[in-house]
Design a protein. Structure first.
Length: 249
């Protein structure tokens, strides 16, 4: 997978792409990230990439011509790449999008600054608009990094063990179960005994139940969207009945 990131500030992406799993995956050529400075396609004495908004108002708007130049140059190198615009007005990015986009032959990530893009950029050059959450950032670069990170985990060869993307929070629609490592007892808190039992079926059952408890407590909205087994449903009903029971003693 090749990511082409179009930005006015390519330096923002440098260090995160050199470290840890992404750094190793790029060195191993499991993925490539190229950054392109939109200003390289700007014209005029001052290489202007932004201008004041028609109709007045605060801030500056990114001009269409330099962005068109940058998108079209990236498309020439990777014609099948999908053009994704980072914007708080896009569809909110979810795990299913990370999996879906990991199957694309390439992604061109368009990062905005200031008050955003001239509307004609969106209508002419963009396949999809993505927001990373309901808050406004100073620009799309951090959003692009988040997309790259979340998508890269689903590209073969990026994670050491392919298993780890499959047992993630969200991969089965539920939050992840709690994990423990040594020491067995820390500051008076012991590791749940079942994890030391060597009984794999019991461990699996406990983990699934922990997933259900956590998801129900923290993200009940997710429970409506997942496929639950009969055992899952029974366990959730039991939790509900426990809630309804009047306090003892
Ligand atoms: N640019 C500014 N805010 C953003 C957000 N929430 N998601 C994606 N791009 C952005």
């Amino acid at each position: 997978m090749i990511f082409d990131v179009l930005t006015l500030f390519p330096g923002i992406l440098t260090s995160p792409l050199q470290e840890s799993i992404l750094g190793k995956a790029i060195a191993a050529k499991a993925l490539a990230v190229r950054t392109h400075n939109i200003r390289d396609w700007a014209e005029g004495k001052h290489l202007t990439a932004d201008d004041t908004p028609y109709g007045g108002g605060d801030g500056m708007v990114m001009k269409p011509e330099p962005i068109a130049g940058a998108v079209r140059a990236a498309k020439e190198k990777n014609p099948k790449a999908r053009v994704v615009m980072l914007t708080p007005q896009g569809k909110v990015f979810r795990q299913a999008d990370a999996v879906r986009l990991s199957r694309e032959p390439g992604l061109i990530l368009l990062c905005g600054r200031y008050e955003g893009f001239d509307e004609r950029v969106r209508t002419t050059l963009v396949d999809e608009e993505i927001s990373i959450g309901d808050y406004v950032l100073t620009g799309g670069e951090l959003g692009a990094l988040i997309l790259i990170d979340a998508i890269a985990r689903h590209i073969p060869g990026v994670l050491g063990s392919q298993g780890s993307a499959e047992t993630d929070s969200f991969s089965d629609g539920l939050l992840e179960y709690p994990q423990y490592t040594r020491p067995f007892e820390w500051e008076g808190q012991k590791v749940p005994e079942v994890l030391l039992s060597g009984n794999h079926a019991a461990i699996e059952k406990w983990r699934r139940q922990q997933q259900l408890i956590r998801t129900r407590q923290r993200r009940p909205d997710l429970l409506d969207q997942v496929e639950l087994s009969e055992d899952d449903q029974k366990f959730l009903h039991q939790l509900e009945r426990n809630d309804e029971r009047p306090p003892q003693g």
